[in-house]
Write a protein that binds this ligand. Structure first.
Ligand SMILES: [Zn+2]
Length: 417
């Protein structure tokens, strides 16, 4: 059987034929010559219309996905077109190429597919290409997918933010959290009003109006834009973000107290206790549990804050918004009475100010699980953390869309995967 037959079996390029193939032992590569079919005209890369051949330029190489550890290289003599539309000489467009890159579309999708499962570095090592080639492949696949994804029927979204560059910078991420489709929809820099307005512009007025449900953080700029642009939707301050804020407040109490104990020359009771106080009590096991039990008998600010946090968890058991509202009233009153817990009081005040939006969580009958946003948030953080090798903000965004965007991939390549 000829290599040609094999290649024709997996992929065909209209207007082109595979010719002879040779093995290049020094490069460990299979070289396949490609020629245009007789009597076909080249296509202009600028305007996609056909025109007469102007001349031939140098041979170019394009890599297909490797087989048996052999690099598969298409060799083709590029033509130039006397384009009647553009009224000038242009380089032809070939159906397998992705711009100036040496990789074919087929190889780009192949690499992008693996780069979802492996790190970009491991993908590069596994398929004997450079990290830059993987980055180019993923960028091309993401661009292809973003241009072709379907944005109809979005009825539920979640607005979230993540920190990067050691917490110095923020990205706003918008997810679709519909039951039929969950994915990352949009990424914006910072977390200002401007950011979320940019999302509304991207989505368009019609689609914004058809959104029925939004969950977000208690972040005022988000709340303001949602009230302005998507007022018909039920806006829920979701459980995941509220719990995260409460945990943050408890940890601030603990950190301040650790410092105070140290300054006063007292024993470091609270050393390495961060997770002990952040975890739910019932999930603390073994040695940690007996340490926690000992700590809870001490008269510490952290312990008080912790007990309030454990108590707050009861809120999520309510089904009826009225009862949940009464619980919030009682809980915030109790916290406000404690002069020694300013960090927690700040949280309680925010809860009180946003009570109505929090109760929407119960009005939505917990239908849209905040677990969806939480899951996305964890994956996004992981992607950003792994992104230390990424050269630019653009690459970081591409990695996020690639991992979480559930983007379509070109179909012509599925035989290579
Ligand atoms: Zn043209």
């Amino acid at each position: 059987m000829h290599i040609k037959t094999l290649l024709n079996h997996v992929t065909k390029f209209k207007g082109f034929v595979f010719e002879s193939a040779q093995l290049d032992r020094t490069r460990n590569a299979l070289l396949v010559n490609v020629k245009p079919r007789k009597n076909t005209k080249p296509v202009c890369s600028k305007c996609q219309s056909t025109g007469p051949i102007y001349d031939h330029i140098s041979d170019r190489e394009f890599w297909l996905p490797p087989i048996w550890s052999l690099l598969v290289v298409l060799r083709y003599k590029m033509r130039r077109v006397s384009c009647p539309q553009c009224n000038k000489v242009t380089v032809e467009q070939v159906p397998w190429a992705t711009g100036k890159s040496p990789i074919t579309k087929q190889f780009a999708v192949f690499l992008a597919h693996w780069a979802r499962k492996l790190s970009w570095k491991d993908t590069a090592l596994s398929f004997h290409v450079s990290w830059d080639v993987v980055a180019d492949a993923v960028s091309w696949a993401v661009k292809w997918g973003l241009e072709r994804r379907n944005l109809d029927n979005i009825t539920a979204i979640g607005v979230d933010e993540i920190q990067y560059k050691k917490g110095q910078r923020y990205l706003t991420l918008v997810y679709q959290v519909d039951k039929h489709c969950r994915r990352l929809l949009w990424i914006g820099k910072n977390r200002e009003k401007k950011t979320l307005y940019a999302f509304c512009d991207f989505l368009g007025e019609e689609r914004c109006k058809s959104i029925e449900f939004i969950c977000s953080d208690m972040w005022q700029p988000y709340i303001a834009v949602i009230a302005d642009k998507m007022s018909s939707a039920l806006h829920v301050l979701d459980r995941f973000h509220i719990v995260a804020n409460l945990n943050k407040a408890v940890d601030e109490v603990r950190r301040a107290e650790v410092k105070k104990l140290k300054d006063e020359g007292k024993p470091a009771y609270l050393k390495k206790s961060r997770w002990l106080f952040l975890k739910k009590k019932k999930r603390v096991r073994g040695k940690a549990r007996s340490r926690l039990r000992d700590l809870l008998t001490m008269n510490l600010r952290t312990v008080k804050a912790y007990l309030f946090k454990e108590d707050f968890d009861h809120l999520w058991t309510y089904k009826c918004p009225v009862w949940a509202g009464m619980f919030i009233d009682q809980w915030t009153r109790d916290v406000m009475r404690h002069r020694s817990l300013p960090e927690l009081k700040k949280f309680a005040r925010t809860i009180r100010d946003h009570k109505d939006l929090i109760l929407n969580y119960f009005r939505a009958k917990k239908e849209y699980s905040s677990g969806t946003v939480e899951g996305f948030n964890n994956k996004a953080k992981l992607t950003v953390r792994k992104s230390y090798g990424f050269r630019s903000d653009t690459i970081r965004e591409i990695a996020l869309y690639h991992t979480l965007g559930n983007l379509p991939l070109p179909e012509f390549t599925h035989r290579f995967l």
